[in-house]
Every structure is written in C-alpha cells, then in structure tokens.
Design a binder for this molecule. Structure first.
Ligand code: FAD
Length: 388
C-alpha cells in the first residue's frame, strides 16, 4: 500500500506532483543543488523510521548501516556514568536502531524513488533547479530561471531554509540560530585502533558514546559504514566557534581542540584524528512552531514544516514519517479536486506528533528535559507504525 503513491518525497526534495484523475500522474522533483556534495556525516536511523523504510524497500543494514548495540555515557573526566545494552532495550520497540552514512541513505532513497519497480511512475529528478516562488492555490512553482511548473499537488520538502514555507502562513516564519553549534567529522576506526591510548575504547562494534562536560559541552561518537568509520558530533555553545549562517561552513581543528581541551586524553586523541579539510561547523537552527503544515494544494514535510535540533536524533525520522503519512492520504485514484481536503487530513495526522517530538528535542537541548537514553525516547521511537 505504501507504494501506491510512490512516496518519492522520502527523497526529501522539492516536489511538484501533477496527478490526473486516471492516475496517470507524474512526479517531478526540483532540487536546488547538483546532488554532488552529500554531507560527509552519519545519521541515526531510529526504530520509528526503520520500520517505515523497510516497508518501502529501503533496508539500511544492507548498505553498511551499523546496529546500535550499546550506549556509553561519560563525564568529561572519563568517569563512566552508564552503559546501556541497546539490543536488550530495543526489544521494547518494533524495529532495530541503525547508524548509517548520510550519503548511503540518500543514495538508497533516490534509487527507490527513481526505480521502475513498484507501483506508480518513477520520480523525475531535476537538479540545479531552485524554487523561488510557490502559489498553493494554482499549484504553481517558479524556478530561479523563471520557468513555471504547474501541478495538482506541491510538496515543500526544502528543509530548514524552506522557500515554500512562506506560502503556508500569512505571517513569515524564519529559522534562527539556537544557542548551540555542532562540529562534525568522520575518522577511520583503524586510526583509533592503531593508537594505544584509544585502542581498547574503540574496539567494541556498534557503540555510541556520549561525553558530557560542563557549560553545555557534549561529544557524541558513533560508528557507521560496517563499523569502519566513527562519526563525531561535538555540540558546544555557539559563541565558542562563532559560526556564520552557512550550514556547511568549514570548521577549525585548532578551535575544536581548544573548546574540548579539558576532556580526557582518549577523547583528545580521537579529536586530534579529525581531518581539518573535512571538519564542518553547523549552527543548530530552531524556529517558532508553525500553526499548520498545509495550504490548499501545498503540504510541507520535514524541516520545512518543523526544523529540528539534533538532540533526539529524530528530525530525519519525522521527515520520513511525514512522507509516508502523505503517501497514505493520497492513494492512487485521488482526484485533483480531492487534494486540498486530503492535505487537511495529512495535517491532522502529523501536526501533533511532529511538533511534540520537535519540542522535546528543543527542551533536551536547553536542558529543560533530561534525555535519559533510551527510556526518554520511548515516545518518539514507538507510535509511528501504529498511527500511519
Ligand atoms: C548535527 C545534526 C545531527 C542530526 N542528526 C540526526 C539523526 O541522527 N537522526 C535524524 O533523524 N535526524 C538528525 N538530524 C536532523 C536531520 O538532519 C534533518 O531533520 C533532516 O535532514 C531534514 O530533512 P529534510 O529533507 O526535511 O531537509 P534537508 O535534509 O535539509 O533537505 C532539503 C533539500 O531541499 C533542497 N532545497 C532547499 N531549498 C530549495 C529550493 N528553494 N529549491 C529546491 N531545492 C531546495 C536542499 O538543497 C536539500 O537537498 C540532525 C541534524 C543536525 C543539524
């Protein structure tokens, strides 16, 4: 059933879908980039996303994703606070919890969306096609080069700096930088195993480690690509790294080592293995909650609808839930006239859940909610498969 309206919006890109009453619809996806520069970073594919992806034929574990087996929490001094057996804990959820390289997940989603297999037509991808204007009533988008495209449905899946969002509400909603930024990079596991200071620590497979320091300093480390790479997310007060608004800014390794200088030697040895050429620093964006995700023939999904801080590893998962929910509300045979009322249903299905998880993530970031992995995640991790 999930394939009935091929949920190509899982690709998370901008889509104009023109559906004819005879179901001879076509799905057009407009992406501003050339798709050549995928982020060199990993992502949690949490249980609520895993189940949905599997039903779509996306099995991340077949493309190098690593099963999250344990979670270690430590103080910056190296004192171990807790070790959670995640395989045991994950028994409470319907699906497993994986860690994957973003580029692999992206490629896999694109393959499914553009494959000739399955019901419906494959999506047609138009890269280097930036959308600058959207009319939700006529179903029109305008590209930067002036081209106008018409469809019966527009899905705004254009991320935190969405251009389509402005067509949903009268009031303008703009993202703003939160108090935190994150430095991100990958190192090889081999390099950690070759270092006598980090060898023992780096040996177990499938381990996510979180070091907590004072003053909002946190380092999260987890493996991906068949346990051959470690992904680092180093969260810190934004003022310490002085990020611009660029979402893909190069970071300074000297700054990284300075910010975390009081952390234990194992951590410092690991950070020192970062490649200065690929180290990125990201401002973490937030935004006031939108009152609604739809307007007439336009539906927002993912960060366009609800930008996510990373503190619960749920932003991508919510985008996937949105996309599947939208596909269910628009089965094959839906007529153009029915689109606006179907989108209202999509809004009803998604608004409460997505904004609740978004707010929980925000509160974990400000320290107003304690994220005791994994029990706190119970609400986020389950539910989706029952609801959709
Ligand atoms: C440090 C960090 C760690 C994170 N970790 C996790 C995690 O472990 N698990 C998780 O689930 N989530 C995580 N997230 C959140 C997750 O990355 C986002 O929520 C998710 O990428 C949102 O997907 P999206 O498709 O809505 O937007 P995006 O991934 O931002 O995709 C939007 C796309 O739209 C394109 N676009 C933008 N504007 C236009 C335009 N005008 N015209 C055409 N195309 C356009 C962009 O080029 C881009 O390709 C993390 C976020 C951060 C910052």
């Amino acid at each position: 059933m999930l394939r009935s309206v091929r949920p190509i919006n899982l690709q998370h890109k901008h889509i104009v879908a023109g559906m004819a009453p005879t179901s001879l619809y076509s799905l057009q996806l407009y992406e501003q980039s050339g798709f050549t520069n995928e982020a060199g970073a990993a992502i949690h594919v949490v249980p609520n996303a895993v189940g949905l992806l599997q039903r779509l034929g996306v099995h991340v574990e077949e493309k190098g994703a690593v099963l999250l087996e344990q979670i270690r929490a430590l103080k910056q001094s190296g004192e171990l606070l807790s070790t959670t057996d995640n395989v045991k804990a994950a028994g409470r959820w319907q699906n497993k919890w994986f860690l994957t390289h973003r580029a692999h997940l992206h490629k896999h989603l694109k393959e499914v969306a553009t494959s000739a297999d399955g019901k419906g037509r494959p999506v047609q991808v138009h890269t280097s096609s930036k959308i600058v204007n959207t009319d939700p009533h006529t179903g029109t988008v305008v590209l930067q080069d002036g081209t106008q495209v018409h469809g019966d449905l527009i899905v705004g899946a254009d991320g935190v700096r969405s251009a389509t969002r402005a067509a949903v509400t009268e009031k303008e909603f703009l993202p703003f930088k939160s108090n935190h930024s994150a430095m991100r990079f990958l190192i090889t596991k081999d390099s950690a195993l070759a270092d006598p200071v980090t060898r023992d620590w780096a040996t177990p497979n499938g381990s996510m480690d979180m070091w907590y320091g004072p003053n909002d300093l946190k380092i999260v480390l987890y493996p991906c690509v068949n346990n051959t790479l470690f992904n680092f997310v180093c969260i810190h007060p934004a003022a310490l790294s002085g990020t611009s608004d660029d979402y893909n800014e190069s970071g300074s390794k000297d700054k990284l080592l300075e910010i975390y200088r009081d952390f234990e030697p194992r951590v410092l040895h690991l950070l020192d293995k970062a490649d200065a050429n690929t180290l990125k620093v990201y401002p973490l964006f937030d935004m006031d909650t939108l009152p609604i995700f739809v307007n007439d023939r336009l539906a927002l999904i993912g960060d366009a609808a609800h930008p996510f801080t990373p503190h619960l590893a749920q932003g991508g998962a919510m985008a996937i839930e949105d996309a599947v929910s939208l596909a269910i509300t628009l089965p094959l045979g839906t007529t153009p006239d029915e689109v606006p009322e179907r989108l209202e249903l999509y809004n009803q299905a998604r608004y409460g859940r997505a904004t609740t998880v978004q707010n929980n993530s925000r509160l974990v970031g400000t320290g107003e909610l304690k994220c005791t992995f994994p029990p706190f995640l119970e609400h986020s991790m389950s539910g989706a498969n029952h609801r959709l």
